[in-house]
Design a protein around this ligand. Structure first.
Ligand code: SAH
Length: 214
């Protein structure tokens, strides 16, 4: 894509910073990750537009602003282990990989996981690992995580993910019905957890043990 750097700079300025995302590291990461390489060639000229895009298997790559908002809420400084549920295209994985030490990502559809792995590898994101499975159960072998991000909507917060949060760790997850959800930020504190509602969003379904039934 010609002038993709300009398209990204503009995306960050008009869609992300203009709506109040202020973490400079997040803005920098989004200026850097080549979002157009995470979608089909036929959709590349739309990759920097202000909306989600189809990525196959009836799934979508989230709107840039939502990626930024969720990423900012994890408050990453660079040394964290982060877990992502719903790899999809791998775009959010790459943004996290710019900002954390290591990113673990789980995807339900083998075909999407395979493609995302290839894209991340080609772009040199060697601090990412993608596996196929039910992410609503988390990734107990490598827990605890300082940050956990769920990029699909769920009727309730999956308890295994709360259990796999490090103390003072952050979990961001869209909770609601199948049509709309609230973005919930869960923080693990010494005495338990705190929850903050970050506003309304719309995601595809989290399907699994702690999400929706198929
Ligand atoms: N973060 C992605 C967004 C993908 S959409 C991106 O940047 O492109 C949400 C993804 O969650 C879909 O790919 C869907 O297949 C996946 N998903 C749904 N339920 C899941 C589950 N239980 N475990 C892992 N992935 C799941």
């Amino acid at each position: 894509m010609k002038n993709s750097q300009r398209a990204r700079d503009r995306m960050v300025e008009t869609q992300v910073a203009a709506r109040g995302v202020h973490d400079q590291r997040v803005l920098e990461a989004m200026r850097k990750v080549p979002r157009h390489l995470f979608v089909d060639e036929a959709l590349q000229d739309q990759a920097y537009n202000d909306h989600p895009l189809p990525i196959g298997e009836k799934q979508t790559i989230s709107q840039p602003y939502i990626v930024a908002l969720m990423t900012q809420s994890l408050e990453l400084a660079g040394n964290e282990k982060v877990l992502e549920i719903g790899t999809g295209s791998g775009y959010q994985t790459a943004v996290l990989a710019e900002l954390a030490d290591r990113v673990y990502s789980i995807e339900r559809y083998p075909a999407l996981a395979q493609r995302a792995k290839g894209t991340l590898q080609r772009l040199g994101y060697n601090n990412t690992v993608v596996r196929v499975g039910d992410g609503s159960l988390g990734w107990p072998d490598d827990a605890p995580f300082e940050g956990i991000i769920v990029t699909a909507g769920t009727p309730k917060i999956p308890q295994p993910l709360v259990d796999q949060l490090a103390v003072s760790g952050r979990l961001v997850v869209p909770v609601g019905d199948r049509y709309s959800q609230e973005l919930i930020l869960v923080r693990r504190v010494a005495e338990g957890i705190t929850k903050t509602n970050m506003g309304g969003v719309r995601f595809v379904d989290l399907i699994g043990t702690w999400g929706w039934k198929e």
